[in-house]
Design a protein around this ligand. Structure first.
Ligand SMILES: CC(C)(COP(=O)(O)OP(=O)(O)OC[C@H]1O[C@@H](n2cnc3c(N)ncnc32)[C@H](O)[C@@H]1OP(=O)(O)O)[C@@H](O)C(=O)NCCC(=O)NCCS
Length: 227
């Protein structure tokens, strides 16, 4: 099942909000999603699939059915493309911190993956893309986030897979009274290069002379083609 991880755009906002409402008790006004994407357009990412997902309620549109009967399915970004996960990220916009170096820190506002697409590495990939973008594009020195004490899946992802450190336990951080772990990861752009986390082909530095690296192959080719 092919999944694409790409930068989030304004067109994805409704689907991101829909996924957030499905997956998490921490919800936000639509304008807060817009604020993220308009202010830091390169920081948030979505995972989508086009594989065998049908058209949802866009079917009715595609079939030219009465438009007034057609409710567009909020899982679909567009006909045939379904959103299965997102990460919503931002830079620190606290005016009090603006004077200090702390202004250059990123924050993960929300992350979730639809239930049937979990345990496939999508959250890790979304997070790695966001961390790289915050570091490379917005020059964030570190990134912070909060997670519920009881959220084992997210804790494993942040602490063990992505190597965030736990800074503090914030008592009754959530509206229902649950405590949060405040976590932080120092960012290093070189380490975060997406190529470091992809299996397979090494990245071409576009500078090394590939033929000079393999003189035997070069000679072999020359001999073969000698007339
Ligand atoms: C937390 C969540 C985003 C993880 O998404 P995912 O795509 O399943 O995660 P991944 O497949 O990338 O897994 C990343 C790591 O977490 C581990 N993990 C994922 N789900 C887990 C679970 N339920 N229990 C324990 N570990 C889990 C994976 O094994 C993997 O570890 P590894 O690197 O050692 O192999 C997803 O469960 C979710 O959307 N939960 C509801 C929303 C939520 O809690 N968001 C986080 C708010 S802070």
């Amino acid at each position: 099942m092919p999944i694409t991880i790409r930068r989030a755009t304004i067109e994805d906002m409704l689907c991101m909000q829909n996924a957030n409402l499905h997956n998490l008790p921490e919800n936000y006004l639509f304008k807060y999603y817009m604020y993220h994407v308009l202010s830091w357009p390169e920081a948030s990412f979505v995972a989508t699939t086009t594989d065998d997902v049908g058209f949802g309620e866009f079917d009715e549109l595609a079939a030219g059915a009465n438009a007034s009967r057609c409710k567009c399915d909020p899982c679909y970004v567009r006909p045939g493309e379904k959103l299965v996960g997102y990460v919503l990220a931002k830079m620190n916009d606290d005016p009090a911190a603006a004077q200090s170096q702390d202004a250059l820190n990123g924050h993960i506002t929300s992350l979730s993956v639809m239930r049937t697409y979990r345990r496939m590495g999508l959250a890790e990939k979304l997070m790695r893309q966001a961390l790289f973008a915050l570091s490379e594009v917005y020059k964030a020195n570190f990134v912070s986030l909060h997670v519920r004490n009881s959220n084992r899946a997210a804790l494993h992802l942040y602490r063990d897979t992505l190597e965030f450190e736990v800074l503090d336990v914030e008592k009754s951080y959530y509206l229902d009274g649950e405590d949060a772990y405040a976590m932080k990861k120092v960012l290093d752009t070189d380490e975060l290069q997406p190529a470091n986390f992809q299996r397979g082909v090494a990245q071409d530095d576009l500078e090394t002379d590939l033929l000079q690296e393999n003189p035997e192959l070069l000679q072999e080719g020359i001999q073969k083609n000698k007339v």
